[in-house]
Design a protein around this ligand. Structure first.
Ligand code: NAD
Ligand code: 89V
Length: 343
C-alpha cells in the first residue's frame, strides 16, 4: 500500500472546512499542513482539525514541508501568485474557482504548471454533484436521444453574502462566482460553446455587481442552451443551492427539478427518480449537495495523482470555462453576441 499523499491547504476561510472534512474521507490522501495569512483563522482551523503544522506564509510552508500537493482555497487575487509559487517548487496543485481574474493570468498559470511538469486541477465541483452526474449518465446512455436544447438554471434569494461578504464588493458578481459553475456545466452536458449572448442586471441595491444573468449559448455540436442565474428571486420554497436542468432530445426529455427529482420522458412514458446527494456525516442541509461534490472532486484528484491521469477540470480545460465567463461579460456590455476565444 503506497503511503498517503501529503497535502498542504492554503486558505482557511469560509469554504476551507468543507475541503478539510472531505479530505478526511479521501482514502490515500490527507492534509498535513495549513497556511493562512490570518493567524486567527489559521489557528482556529488547525485546532478544529488537529493539524499542528501551521504557516502564515505559503512560501514558508513550501520551503519546509514535504508535500505531494497543495490545495489552494483562497479567493481569486492570490490564485496566480500561489499557483506560480507551487509550480516553482514543482508541487502539483488544486486551485479553487474562479481560477483567475482574467485569461491572461489563467494562461500564465497553466503555462507555469506545464513548464514545471506538475498537474493542476481547478476545483470546479458543480459537475461532480451527484444529481448532475445522473443527468450526464442519462444523456450518455441515450435515454433522450440526441440533445438539441437545454437550460441550466439557478434562481434563489439565499443570502450568500452572509458567508461570503466579498461577493457583495466586486464589480462583477453572479457570472464570475456562480454562473461560472453553470457555464462549466453547459460545457459538461452539451460540449463547447461557440457563441454567447448575455443580459445582466443588478436588482439588490446593497451590492456592486450584477445579481441576475441570462445567457444564450450556441454549442459546436448544435445544441442551443440557456444558462440563467439569479440571487434576486424569491420563491415559495427556497431551492438554494440546487441547479435545475431541462434538456430536450430527439427521443425524449429530461428534467432535473427541485428536491433532486429527475424525470425522463421517452416513447415508453415518464419515469421519475430520486437523485439526491448523500448527506455526509460532517455536512448540513442545504449545502450537502455542494459538500458531497467537494468530496467527489477531491477523490478524483487523489486518483489522478496516483495514476497519472488528467483531472477532468484541469487548468487547460478550465480556460474554456473562463473564456465563456469573459465572453458573457463582453456580450452584456456590448449588447451583442460574442464568439468566445478558443483554447
Ligand atoms: P474567504 O475569504 O472566507 O477565505 C479565504 C482565506 O484565504 C482567508 O482566510 C484569507 O486570510 C486567506 N488568504 C488569502 N490570501 C492568502 C495568501 N496569499 N496566503 C495565505 N492565506 C491567504 O474565502 P472563501 O469564501 O473560503 O472562498 C475561497 C475560494 O473558494 C473563492 O475563490 C471562492 O470562489 C471559492 N468557493 C468555492 C465554492 C465551491 O462550491 N466551489 C464555494 C464557496 C467558495
Ligand atoms: O461557488 C461559490 O463560490 C459559492 C456558491 C456555490 C454559493 O455560489 O459562492
Amino acid at each position: 500500500m503506497a503511503s498517503p499523499l501529503r497535502g498542504g491547504l492554503i486558505g482557511c476561510g469560509f469554504f476551507a472546512a468543507n475541503h478539510l472534512h472531505a479530505w478526511r474521507e479521501v482514502v490515500g490522501a490527507g492534509i498535513v499542513a495549513l497556511c493562512d495569512s490570518n493567524p486567527a483563522r489559521l489557528h482556529a482551523t488547525g485546532d478544529a482539525f488537529g493539524i499542528a503544522a501551521r504557516h502564515a506564509d505559503a512560501a514558508a510552508m513550501l520551503a519546509v514541508e514535504r508535500l505531494d500537493f497543495v490545495d489552494i482555497a483562497t479567493t481569486v487575487p492570490s490564485h496566480r501568485p500561489l499557483v506560480e509559487l507551487a509550480a516553482r517548487h514543482r508541487v502539483p496543485m488544486i486551485c479553487q474557482k474562479p481560477f483567475a481574474a482574467d485569461l491572461v493570468d489563467a494562461v500564465a498559470m497553466t503555462d507555469a504548471a506545464t513548464a514545471a511538469g506538475v498537474p493542476l486541477m481547478v476545483h470546479e465541483n458543480f459537475r461532480w454533484q451527484t444529481p448532475l452526474r445522473a443527468v450526464r449518465q442519462a444523456i450518455d446512455a441515450g435515454r433522450i436521444g440526441t440533445p438539441f436544447w437545454g437550460r441550466i438554471s439557478f434562481r434563489s434569494a439565499y443570502d450568500v453574502f452572509a458567508g461570503q461578504p466579498y461577493l457583495a464588493q466586486g464589480e462583477r458578481f453572479i457570472i464570475e462566482d456562480l454562473g461560472i459553475h453553470l457555464l462549466d456545466l453547459a460545457r459538461f452536458l452539451f460540449g463547447e460553446a461557440v457563441q454567447i449572448t448575455a443580459h445582466t442586471r443588478r436588482v439588490n441595491p446593497a451590492i456592486r455587481g450584477e445579481d441576475v444573468a441570462t445567457i444564450l449559448l450556441g454549442h459546436a455540436g448544435g445544441v442551443t442552451s440557456v444558462v440563467d442565474c439569479s440571487y434576486a428571486t424569491r420563491l415559495a420554497r427556497e431551492p438554494f443551492p440546487e441547479t435545475l436542468v431541462e434538456i430536450d432530445g430527439s427521443a425524449g426529455t429530461l428534467r432535473l427539478a427541485q428536491d433532486y427529482r429527475l424525470t425522463i420522458v421517452d416513447a415508453g412514458g415518464a419515469a421519475t427518480s430520486d437523485v439526491a446527494p448523500a448527506l455526509r456525516p460532517w455536512a448540513s442541509r442545504p449545502w450537502h449537495n455542494i459538500q458531497e461534490s467537494v468530496l467527489n472532486i477531491q477523490r478524483h484528484w487523489a486518483e489522478c495523482l496516483r495514476t497519472g491521469g488528467m483531472p477532468e477540470t484541469s487548468g487547460s480545460d478550465n480556460l474554456r470555462t473562463l473564456a465563456l465567463v469573459q465572453a458573457a461579460y463582453e456580450s452584456a456590455v456590448a449588447g451583442r453576441t460574442v464568439i468566445p476565444p478558443s483554447f
